[in-house]
Design a protein around this ligand. Structure first.
Ligand code: CS2
Length: 477
């Protein structure tokens, strides 16, 4: 790739970069986040950390990157400010299904000391009701019976570790938006491997590092428009071009089994406890994002910036964050949670990002239990109502059940877990039954009993939604 003056190019000799990291889930987020931190270290002269990127579900991204010599551009953009960099840290891009032996060999390679992952919440085959491995899943069953030709993330990791010399320490860094993401990955991997190789399970439990991490950067999926915009800026077509916000944050627990890149030199924070960072980010950023996504979808607003600019939806998001969610967060030491919130709101207002509400609305049955329910549960247990959060929850249930926006236009619901919840809601016969049935749906709401007055309020909101839509629910009465 030869780019124009508008972009900075790799300043290092790419042929000298060695493969030290494997990444599973080669989507835009990884390429605009962990890959950039690592690229900065390589540019500083530490050539040990080239990345082998692996996609597990879709061959397109690895094909595109391979055709471009594994180069791609990232443009950080807010309003008129834009900075573009061409990233050279990828050593290769593979589609696991086509190149499984190479992927397993790379994870087994002693020169690789870390495998990072961004495979989305559902990519770890966790049963949401029990929080344990979903042993009923067809792919998990396949992998238990055929551990050498796995299909799942856990299966691929385990196959690599199985072939790895016992003397070579390995760390897995889960970079998905889940509370306790590293602990969860370790637990699921141990549960999975104990079903066919108890020695391997013991080894993983005792030796593999699984630090928790918090990742943050808003990286919208590419659209024909963003690719076109990047092409005009670069003076060439980059089919893997990313346009994202300037903000980036990475907080990691310093619990690595072997050597690691000095990511702190590229701006990451290494700490002993990531949990307060995760809770703050998942509740305030992701929690409000999901509310903007469902309210935006129901009100016909295509992007987060459109939703923020809409008087009803924008005010709803601000109140949700600043009143209901903020009150449930104990920030990490040194953080002022109110200014954190105001910075988030500015990031959401970024007019140039074109972050589609439909993208964030995906996989709600996986996201809502992480983003909204802990705050709701804790509050209700203390007898505190969260009126805005309760409206957000009703809005999401309505979105799932009705599948149409306030004008009756059908919505695309991209969530494999949604249909089971939707049919409970549709069959309920009354708003109260609908609220009770939804709350008894264990994969999303777990096993707890919800206070009757909360169920009544939720039913009231569902009724308002049926009669006057999201606009009605959010309108001051
Ligand atoms: C978003 C996240 O799509 C979503 O669910 O809420 O991808 C969000 O943009 C990132 O977590 C920001 O760090």
């Amino acid at each position: 790739m030869r780019a124009t003056h508008a972009a900075s190019l790799p300043t290092y000799d790419r042929t000298g970069v060695r493969r030290g990291l494997v990444h599973l889930g080669l989507g835009a987020f990884h390429r605009a986040h962990q890959a950039l931190y690592t690229d900065a270290l390589v540019a500083n002269g530490d050539l040990r950390w080239g990345i082998l990127g692996v996609s597990l579900r879709d061959a397109r991204v690895s094909e595109t990157l391979t055709a471009q010599d594994n180069l791609y551009s990232v443009t950080e953009r807010h309003g008129d400010e834009a900075h573009t960099r061409v990233v050279g840290v990828l050593k290769g891009a593979l589609f696991a299904r086509n190149d499984l032996a190479k992927v397993i060999a790379a994870i087994a390679d002693p020169l690789v000391s870390i495998v990072t992952s961004t495979v989305t919440e559902k990519g770890y085959n966790q049963d949401p009701a029990s929080a344990d491995l979903d042993v009923g899943d067809a792919d998990v069953r396949h992998d238990i019976e055929n551990p050498d030709v796995p299909r799942t993330t856990l299966g691929v990791l385990a196959a690599g570790i199985r072939h790895r010399p016992a003397s070579a320490p390995l760390t897995l860094v889960c970079c998905d938006n889940m509370a306790g993401n590293g602990d969860t990955l370790r637990k699921l991997l141990v549960q999975y491997t104990s079903l066919f190789d108890t020695g391997l399970a013991r080894r993983i439990e005792a030796e593999i590092g699984c630090p928790n991490s918090m990742v943050d950067r808003i990286v919208p999926a590419a659209t024909p428009n963003s690719l076109q915009w990047a092409a005009a800026r670069l003076g060439l077509r980059d089919e893997a071009a990313i346009v994202c916000e300037p903000f980036t944050q990475w907080v990691l627990e310093d619990r690595f089994a072997g050597t690691r890149p000095a990511w702190e030199d590229a701006g990451a924070l290494l700490t002993s406890d990531v949990r307060p960072f995760q809770a703050m980010k998942l509740r305030l950023l992701n929690g409000t994002h999901s509310a903007l996504a469902y309210a935006g979808q129901l009100c016909g607003l295509e992007t987060v910036a459109d939703a923020m600019a809409n008087p009803l939806v924008g005010a709803f998001a601000r109140r949700l964050m600043l009143e209901d969610l903020c009150a449930t967060v104990s920030p990490p030491p040194g953080y002022d949670v109110t200014s954190y919130c105001h910075d988030l709101l500015k990031r959401f207002e970024n007019p140039t990002l074109q972050h589609r509400t439909q993208q964030i609305a995906m996989d709600g049955t996986q996201k809502i239990p992480v983003r909204w329910l802990p705050a709701l549960r804790e509050s209700l247990a203390l007898g505190i109502e969260r009126p805005v959060l309760e409206r957000a929850l009703a809005g999401w249930l309505h979105y799932v059940a009705i599948g149409r926006d306030d004008n009756g236009t059908p919505l695309v619901i991209n969530d494999p877990g949604a249909e089971a919840l939707a049919s409970l809601l549709r069959q309920a016969g009354s708003d109260f039954n609908a609220a009770s049935a939804a709350l008894s749906h264990r994969p999303v709401f777990g096993t707890q009993t919800w206070p009757p007055d909360f169920v009544e309020r939720l039913a009231g909101h569902l009724s308002t939604l049926r009669h006057s839509g999201m606009t009605g629910l959010l309108s001051p009465n």
